[in-house]
Design a protein around this ligand. Structure first.
Ligand SMILES: [Zn+2]
Length: 585
């Protein structure tokens, strides 16, 4: 079941949107000449190859090939269908689109999931207003009303009350189960609420949609102390950073982020005016979270609780930050205290002091390794070196590695060049990383088809020439063929536009190819383009004839082999006429 949206509406929405505005809601864009640049959100990279063109209203990544118009971006980012993407963009510009499609997730779309979460969030907020005990609890803990309302903190009541509300709202219970708000009862029929008698911290996507909830018990004797929504099609703990929707602009402004573990840590910091913060929602960072951080800044302050249980998870997470080439500083907090407690018990100034004293990661690591041991014998030193090499190997910059080795040498009182040699040896033992697969060089034929298509997309006069002199059916590359046919179809209706073509293609791969053809520079001056097109067509025609000749020859020989005299005669005649024709040309 797929929804139909009229071309008129799609066009109207396109006209009102600016791709730069749309994309900057998701990732920070930097002006670069007439275009904008960013680190591509769809693949891991360290230098930006993601381009947004306001002039052409297109985006394209020259690293992974992702590209298209504003709808393609939303489809790819939000993982929604074309109609849903149109609807979402429409909402942003105040044009409502009626789609009654709900093809995903066995009957409900992500949009509906978000809507349910939104309604439940309001319910939890109301419940907090009616629950004196929880209000008092928050007050005692020092969580002011301002942050309570900004972070939309709520309260999950008893299971029966929650179920009653869901019945009133007429939410299908299977859907509530799918997003982890209800659990099937273990004793036979019915359901019970996932969050019961907990303070609720809604979890938002970086764009500010409610994707899940976190709940904390009021009474520390109950367990688990913290409970997050289970994994669902809208909620993946490992792909989200709590608070980013509120703090991304501060992170950008401060050019750094403070990484904490829990929602309360973040809220307390926010409350005292430290706002460039995100919470990892768990002890160990994941690669998608690191990518999310890297989109906003290159400098990370890690403030994890340094008690013994947490340390190995912390180190694993830090290794990921290192691999992503981020600058890391460790904020040493008093043992067993998380940032929320530090602020509660020691105050804002103490925390800021700790932040200022934050050690460069490697210094902190060396120090940690030394402090862990009671002695510093040669064996100890070897152990430390090996453990640090494990981390060092993840650092990408050679200059940085050299610097860190020299630091190690100083701390451990070892010979620097010896240490460098040891590191080379250590690297040799490691698995060699597979070099990036080199793209096969496109053959001359495909390359010519591409040039022809690029020229016709950029100039309607050329498009007319191609239409007259070259049957688009002849495009051997099926993607190019579809794009060329789409362009001609729209040109005939006098409706050819970049965005229109991408909408008409609808397919993600085709949209990416089309956007790259529009955004890549044409390596030909204007005045020679028409002649070039004629040359290309001639070249393609020649190749096509050669292929046809070969095929006819093959058939003639085969027919002879099978003893099919009749057939052989027919194919030989055909072959001879083809040879004659090619001689005339
Ligand atoms: Zn990319």
């Amino acid at each position: 079941m797929s929804a139909y949206i009229s071309d008129g509406i799609i066009e109207k929405i396109s006209e009102r949107t600016d791709i730069v505005e749309i994309i900057s809601e998701y990732i920070p864009l930097k002006k670069a000449g007439k275009n904008y640049k960013a680190l591509c959100p769809f693949h891991e990279e360290r230098t930006p190859s993601f381009i947004v063109s306001p002039e052409k209203q297109l985006f394209h990544c020259f690293g992974c090939g992702a590209g298209g118009n504003n709808f393609s971006f939303i489809m790819k980012w939000e993982k929604v269908s074309f109609p849903e993407a149109v609807k979402m963009v429409g909402e942003k510009v105040g044009i409502s689109v009626d789609t009654s499609s709900s093809e995903e997730n066995g009957g409900i779309s992500r949009r509906e999931f978000y809507q349910i979460n939104e309604t439940i969030l309001c319910f939890f907020e109301r419940c907090l207003k009616e629950n004196k005990r929880t209000q008092d609890y928050l007050k005692i803990r020092g969580m002011g009303e301002e942050v309570q309302s900004l972070f939309k903190i709520g309260y999950a009541p008893l299971s029966a009350n929650f179920i009653e509300f869901c019945k009133e709202e007429k939410f299908p219970f299977e859907n509530l189960e799918k997003i982890g708000l209800l659990l099937p009862s273990q004793k036979g029929e019915g359901y019970y609420a996932y969050f019961r008698e907990r303070v609720i911290f809604p979890i938002f996507t970086p764009e500010g949609k409610v994707c899940g909830f976190g709940g904390r018990v009021l009474d520390d004797h109950h367990s688990p102390k913290y409970l997050n929504s289970p994994q669902s099609s809208v909620f993946d703990k490992g792909k989200n950073l709590y608070g980013l929707n509120f703090t991304k602009e501060f992170i950008k402004k401060e050019k750094s982020v403070i990484l904490v573990e829990g929602y309360t840590d973040l809220i307390f910091l926010y409350q005292i005016g430290i706002r460039n913060v995100v919470a990892s929602l768990g002890t160990s960072l994941t690669p998608p979270q690191v990518r999310l951080i890297k989109r906003w800044t290159n400098r990370v302050f890690v403030t994890y609780d340094q008690d013994k249980a947490g340390i190995s998870a912390t180190l694993r997470g830090i290794d990921l930050l290192l691999e992503a080439d981020l600058e890391i500083r460790i904020v040493d907090l008093p043992e067993g205290m998380d940032p929320a407690e530090v602020i509660e018990k020691k105050g804002k100034d103490f925390f800021i002091k700790k932040l200022r004293e934050a050690k460069e990661y490697f210094d902190w690591r060396i120090n940690l390794e030394i402090c862990r041991r009671s002695s510093l014998t040669v064996e100890d030193k070897i152990e430390i070196v090996n453990s640090l090499f494990d981390t060092l190997i993840k650092v990408k910059s050679l200059i940085k590695i050299k610097e860190l080795i020299s630091e190690m040498a100083r701390w451990l009182n070892l010979n620097e060049s010896l240490l460098e040699m040891e590191f080379e040896k250590f690297k040799g033992k490691e698995k060699v990383t597979i070099p990036p697969e080199f793209l096969k060089k496109e053959e001359a034929y495909t390359e010519t088809e591409k040039m022809l298509l690029q020229l016709m997309l950029n100039d309607e006069e050329i498009l007319k020439i191609v239409k007259e002199k070259w049957n688009t059916e002849n495009f051997v590359n099926s993607s190019y063929r579809k794009i060329a046919q789409g362009a001609i179809f729209l040109a005939e209706k006098k409706e050819l536009s970049i965005s229109g073509l991408i909408n008409c293609l609808k397919d993600e791969k085709l949209s990416s190819i089309a956007s790259s053809l529009y955004l890549e520079n044409i390596p030909l001056e204007n005045n020679v383009r028409k002649q070039a097109v004629l040359d290309y067509i001639k070249f393609l025609q020649k190749k096509k004839d050669e292929i046809e000749k070969e095929e006819v020859l093959k058939k003639a020989v085969e027919s002879e082999k099978c003893g099919d005299e009749e057939g052989a005669k027919k194919w030989w005649m055909k072959y001879n006429s083809l040879v004659r024709e090619s001689k005339i040309c």
